[in-house]
Unconditional design. Structure first.
Length: 445
């Protein structure tokens, strides 16, 4: 689920950011507590050498546009080139639309569109459009592109285009300003980030427009052109929006190429969260790409099997990098590790929230397969202890290092099999809750 605006896409002010953004690209992003990040790929030969990224549904394979190549990076970090563009061409956009097993990428300035089937490994060329900036698929598989094909010769011709297999492309939405990211929601609404033509982008000038599904369907079927005046402004006051994505909890994510912030809305609403997911930093954040997960979500302290986020960043000077962000599940270990005779026993919770509350749960039975035991504000709380048995609940708190230490004494004289799991929370009035991995310990006489 990826939205892939273009470095090279004319009609956007991206190139001018070279003059203004900080030159430092951190090795790791400063993600919120309960998350972990790693650098999947890094290019240091220039700010545009790594221009785009996409990810498959599993999150194992990442696709990057490096100069004239489209490379695949597998889960072991092995790199394989899957396509090379003709001389004189650069990648205009690179997208894997949600629920699709294919990559779409374009050539700039030629505008040719390519579709690479991820299952078959085949690539075919389709009629494209000049200055394509972003691409998504409509409810019937229609290819929709945000573009300003006549830029810079003629102003005011930008918006959204329906691509035709025969090359008879048709504009379906007219939106003033430079090209911006677009997104089709699962319900069929069309979202578009309306940008300011001024550079640097005036603070608070970016708006997210929503065209309702009914009107989008009419426009796709040959009805009247969608006009900006009939769109609903669902998010306003943004400093930037280079890419848009929806996650598995109905949150809209927005990246800021100038400040490096990543903003998102509250689940199922258009209301911005009070704090950005990523605070402004030294790098611009361009693309947002999600891999699909299971019942776990991309939230603090969730199981590692949940959704995975990929971010493409650049310092606009020398570096570009793709970062993988996933939930960081607290760990649980004991000393002795598996079997404890009479004497002291220590249970340690790792990667909890700094200075946050921690509760150690103990059961007189070994851990069982985990499942969500309840949902709190749409967030599953995973339990791997038998809920039919009474649980001992021992309160504590984590140190600034995120480590919580619990100690007790085994008096000996009996054998028992214990299961442990920790419940952790971030400090504050609206804590984020999660559980640790489970741990099994056998007490011996």
């Amino acid at each position: 689920m990826n939205r892939s605006p273009s470095f090279a896409g004319a009609g956007h002010w991206a190139g001018a950011l070279v003059l203004a953004c900080a030159p430092f690209l951190p090795a790791q992003l400063q993600v919120p507590e309960g998350f972990a990040t790693q650098v999947v790929h890094r290019e240091s030969s220039g700010p545009y050498s790594l221009s785009h990224c996409a990810v498959d549904a599993s999150g194992r394979n990442v696709y990057v546009a490096v100069r004239q190549r489209i490379d695949e990076i597998d889960g072991q970090g092995l790199i394989r080139t899957i396509h090379v563009l003709p001389a004189g061409q650069a990648t205009g956009l690179l997208v894997r639309p949600r629920g699709c097993d294919a990559l779409y990428f374009t050539e700039y300035p030629a505008g040719r569109l390519h579709r690479h089937d991820l299952r078959l490994g085949t690539t075919r060329t389709l009629p494209g459009i000049r200055n394509a900036f972003d691409l998504d698929l409509g409810p019937g598989g229609e290819v929709l592109v945000a573009a300003a094909p006549d830029w810079p010769v003629q102003a005011g011709t930008g918006g959204v285009w329906l691509l035709d297999p025969a090359g008879l492309h048709r504009q379906i939405a007219r939106i003033a300003g430079p090209s911006g990211p677009l997104l089709l929601t699962p319900g069929g609404d069309l979202l578009f980030a309306a940008q300011s033509a001024a550079y640097p982008t005036p603070p608070g000038s970016v708006r997210i427009l929503r065209f309702g599904a009914a009107r989008v369907g009419q426009a796709l079927g040959g009805g009247p052109l969608l006009e900006e005046r009939e769109a609903e402004v669902v998010v306003a006051g943004l400093d930037g929006a280079y890419d848009l994505e929806l996650d598995d909890r109905g949150r809209l994510w927005m990246s800021d190429p100038q400040t490096g912030a990543v903003r998102r809305t509250r689940p199922g609403t258009w209301q911005l969260e009070a704090q950005p997911f990523l605070a402004p930093g030294g790098s611009g954040v361009l693309q947002i790409a999600f891999a699909d997960g299971d019942a776990a979500t991309l939230d603090p302290f969730q199981p590692e099997s949940g959704g995975v986020l990929h971010l493409l960043t650049t310092d606009w000077q020398t570096h570009g990098a793709v970062h993988r962000v996933r939930a960081l599940r607290p760990g649980l270990i004991s000393s002795p590790a598996t079997h404890a005779g009479p004497g002291p026993v220590r249970v340690v919770v790792q990667d909890a929230a700094a200075l946050g509350p921690v509760w150690l749960l103990a059961s007189m039975r070994a851990p069982v397969p985990e499942r969500p035991c309840l949902w709190l504000d749409g967030l599953p709380l995973w339990l791997g202890l038998d809920p039919s048995l009474a649980l001992a609940v021992i309160p504590g708190s984590a140190a600034a290092s995120g480590v919580a230490d619990f100690r007790f004494l085994h008096p000996g004289g009996f054998t028992a099999e214990l299961g442990f799991q920790a419940l952790v929370a971030t400090p504050g009035l609206a804590p984020a809750l999660g559980t640790s991995r489970t741990h099994r310990l056998i007490l011996q006489p």
